[in-house]
Design a protein around this ligand. Sequence first.
Ligand SMILES: NC(=O)c1ccc[n+]([C@@H]2O[C@H](COP(=O)([O-])OP(=O)(O)OC[C@H]3O[C@@H](n4cnc5c(N)ncnc54)[C@H](O)[C@@H]3O)[C@@H](O)[C@H]2O)c1
Length: 333
Amino acid sequence: MALNDIVLNKELHILVTGGAGFIGSNLCETLLENGNKVTCLDNFSTGKKENIEPLLSNGNFSLIEGDIRDLETCEKACQGVDYILHQAALGSVPRSIKDPITSNMVNVSGFLNMLVASKNAGVKRFIYAASSSTYGDSKQMPKIEEVIGKPLSPYAITKYVNELYADVFSKTYGIETIGLRYFNVFGKRQDPNGAYAAVIPKFVMQLMKHESPTINGDGSFSRDFTYIENVVEMNLRAIVTTNTEAVNTVYNVAFGERTDLNQLIGLLKKNLAKYDPSIAEIEPNYGPNRLGDVPHSLASIDKAKEKLGYAPKYDISKGLEKAVDWYWGNLKN
Ligand SMILES: NC(=O)c1ccc[n+]([C@@H]2O[C@H](COP(=O)([O-])OP(=O)(O)OC[C@H]3O[C@@H](n4cnc5c(N)ncnc54)[C@H](O)[C@@H]3O)[C@@H](O)[C@H]2O)c1
């Protein structure tokens, strides 16, 4: 992405954990384009080699294949690093319901290892992927950072615990942290396959194959779908900020609009019909609601705008156009 008004010092060395995943690989790519030195730590549990294949020949890029559940690996990855963008985790609410222990080991113990390692290495700032799932059963709309509900899944607990640890580490050890509560991110390289695939890439692949997507529930559940470039922008802003009041806190990362699943299918069909008009005729199926899903999610992005100068450039329509274009160009057939 073009950095626009964000001036990021090229001399900085940045560690991206989970750098072979969807969000991590987009972060690595942008940082390398800016001329930064980037280390990627990933165990390829859900990330893929092909996501970082084009980066491997860049002299500023180094890959550590390893697991954040191992403290020594985390310590090694933090050596000489200025900033950390911690993305490594096991995503997905249903995955955490099926196997809460592994989600907890990676998302909580692994997170704690990374915090300890970054403290020991004297890293300047620890910026981490938090989650909108932390709002849990809160009915408040839009969601503002200071008002959360009770978690609705093991995954949501792990992401909330991350925030608690980050807060305690900043108070106890004086390290700087920023948590970014991502809201349903989508865009290029998001994995469309597997039982825990996110809704947008899953629906795109099904529609491309002329299959009817299945909506969980009646399609009225809504999300603040957030295009990847807005997420990259927030990570960069979290690195460059010198506002002392902007650190040791959490931010919503979203566009600030919600789209229900029926509308989403409509937008996807419209975009895909540009390539194959018959896709416009495909109708979705409707199934039961999914355990642990919150009905509606909409973020206030006022805090991010005010404290970090966040100015998201992609609404869902603009983002979907780019995402669908990528899936059609890269994954059709
Ligand atoms: N995608 C979203 O909508 C969304 C929403 C909220 C929060 N998040 C958070 O953003 C982060 C990135 O998510 P993503 O969508 O890119 O998922 P992803 O699965 O594509 O990426 C996660 C990466 O972490 C790596 N990883 C997992 N366990 C690891 C371990 N033990 N050691 C080292 N690496 C490990 C995976 O191999 C993968 O490359 C995660 O922390 C996720 O919880 C994502």
